[in-house]
Design a protein around this ligand. Structure first.
Ligand code: GLA
Length: 549
């Protein structure tokens, strides 16, 4: 067969065209293969790490459990990449009803503080093989603009650094009574700024809270944007000068606290993902906090679950590392452990230098959450030591999700437990009722009582409970709690309180109702009161002085 030059040229051209097309497709698909590790970053917000897998135009996410942020908390994302447009939808497994955020280490992401289930959608436009402009939309929240940026596996999921050998960190001498203050998380999550915190310091000083004993203003999650070129942790646009903020809070006669995590990131709030943690930078960060003048550190496990082994040794070691670092700075800083009570932290939290340790998952501003957490603390109250306290989480008083009776129960219970009292409401806009609960000096005095004897359960009948805490000065605090849904009569025998009655066994009791602010008669064998649903009657009973004793 005679093949003409012409035909040859046509074939060559066709071949070239086909090769070009094949090559083009290859290049295009190479550019748009999103398989790999990505960071979703939001300005002044958090970072969320994702591992994406692309098959054709279908995208799925694989995310190791225990990381901060949406999918990393146990859910996953799935969607498509079509014509350079990315569309991913979250497929969270919602936690059991009543579980708060962080209810269990490594738990699936919760819908939020009692909110309805949420869905998160990421819509993006591919800019190049390493960057996608993305808008994240979460039900009930303002959309967040940010970007997916390609990162290495080690950046997304760093390897474990073996924690130090376990030893006892010396006591820092702080928190001789349970710490009192305010923390941003319960009210604001991570949607707050420097001005909010200054406002809280102003209000703490002017509202009477400082006088009542509240001292620490704690900036919880949401203040960092990462690290500078030298590795130093830095504030974000909402917290441009953490040192100036500390100076301001100090100028009000108060102390200030900050927040970090033993993991690479914190847990994540409303702003797109987790924030910078101290993993691999523990001493450096402690020194920075000291240099800025901080007096308190809340150290929240969060993404540490993704790097450390799930053992008590790794937990204790990771907390000990920061406990040691804080001591090395030479600046007195209260050390607040937050790992939700894993591995019976009350048995070893003090060894890490911890002044307080969370014993539970997160509280929510609802009766069922507060009740479940509060009444589960009684058996471990004996682990409280001077300078080392069980922390059943921060107060919700004043946040609006409970009745005044329920908030009085919350406050009474926390004080009987000798719990840290960290207000979690907006101090700038407190009602008189909220003030009367948070600043009840008689109830606070029970929390801060220096006898440090643990609370115990005197009786329990159905939904009625009587809790007793021995106090200094030959006195007892008695809480009559009605956990039921209807008013109930609750009582106890006066002689159930084992007073030191002196040589002759003579006693004259005095009792004060600490919420009504009035004396109650102590004649007869017992005390009885009708307690409202979810309410409390709280007494301080002492042996009266005077003639004849
Ligand atoms: C955890 C803690 C909370 C709060 C948030 C921040 O859930 O238990 O107290 O610090 O993280 O994301």
């Amino acid at each position: 067969m005679n093949i003409s030059d012409f035909q040859l040229r046509r074939w060559a051209k066709a071949l070239a065209a086909v090769s070009f097309a094949v090559l083009g497709t290859l290049i295009l698909s190479a550019q748009t293969d999103l398989t790999g590790y990505w960071a979703f970053r939001v300005k002044d917000g958090g970072v969320n790490f994702l591992q994406l897998q692309q098959t054709g135009d279908a995208i799925t996410s694989v995310a190791p459990a225990g990381r901060g942020g949406g999918p990393g908390r146990g859910g996953s994302l799935a969607g498509t990449l079509k014509d350079g447009k990315l569309h991913l939808v979250s497929t969270f497994n919602m936690p059991a009803a009543g579980a708060g955020r962080g209810a269990a280490p490594g738990a699936a992401p919760a819908a939020g503080r009692g909110a309805a289930p949420r869905a998160t959608v990421y819509d993006g436009v591919v800019e190049n093989a390493n960057r996608i402009a993305v808008t994240m939309t979460t039900t009930g929240r303002d959309p967040l603009k940010g970007a997916f940026e390609r990162v290495t596996r080690e950046e997304a999921y760093p390897s474990r650094i073996p924690p130090p050998d376990l030893r006892d960190v010396p006591d820092n001498g702080l928190a001789r009574t349970p710490p009192m203050g305010w923390n941003s998380w319960n009210k604001f999550q991570d949607v707050f700024d420097d001005a909010t915190v200054r406002g809280m310091a102003d209000a703490m000083a002017s509202s009477g809270m400082a006088k009542a004993g509240y001292t620490y203003i704690v900036v919880d999650e949401g203040w960092t944007s990462g690290r500078d070129a030298n590795g130093k942790i830095i504030g974000n646009g909402k917290f441009p000068n953490m040192k100036a903020l500390a100076d301001y809070v100090h100028s009000k006669g108060l102390k200030i606290g900050t927040y970090s995590s033993p993991g690479p990131q914190s847990c994540s709030g409303k702003m797109g993902g987790g924030y910078q943690g101290s993993f691999g930078h523990e001493l450096e960060d402690a020194l920075t906090f000291a240099e800025w003048g901080y007096d308190y550190l809340k150290y929240d496990w969060c993404s540490a679950g993704g790097v450390y082994s799930p053992t008590r040794e790794d937990n204790q070691g990771a907390y000990q590392k920061m406990g040691d670092a804080l001591l090395k700075t030479g600046r007195p800083m209260v050390y607040s452990l937050c790992q939700y009570g894993s591995y019976d932290v009350w048995k070893w939290g003090g060894k890490t230098g911890g002044n307080l340790w969370r014993t539970t998952g997160d509280i929510a501003d609802r009766w069922d959450s507060m009740e479940r957490i509060g009444f589960a603390q009684i058996d471990i109250a004996k682990y409280n030591q001077v300078g080392h306290w069980n922390d059943p989480d921060m107060l919700e008083v004043g946040n609006g999700g409970m009745t005044a009776d329920e908030y009085r129960t919350h406050m009474s219970l926390w004080c009987l437990l000798a719990a840290p009292l960290m207000a979690g409401n907006d101090l700038r806009t407190m009602t008189e009722e909220t003030k009367s609960i948070l600043m009840n000096a008689d109830v606070i005095a029970i929390d801060q009582d220096r006898e440090f004897k643990p609370v115990y359960r005197l009786s329990q009948e159905g939904k009625s409970e009587v809790l007793v805490r021995p106090l200094s000065g030959n006195a007892f605090a008695v809480g009559l709690f009605n956990r039921g849904d209807a008013p109930a009569e609750i009582g106890f025998r006066w002689d159930a309180l084992k007073f030191d009655t002196g040589l002759y066994g003579f006693r004259r009791l005095q009792a004060q109702d600490l919420w009504k602010h009035e004396a109650v008669p102590t004649t007869g064998d017992d005390f009885k009161a009708t307690v409202p649903r979810h309410g409390v009657v709280m007494l301080r009973v002492s042996v009266g002085g005077g003639r004849g004793f």
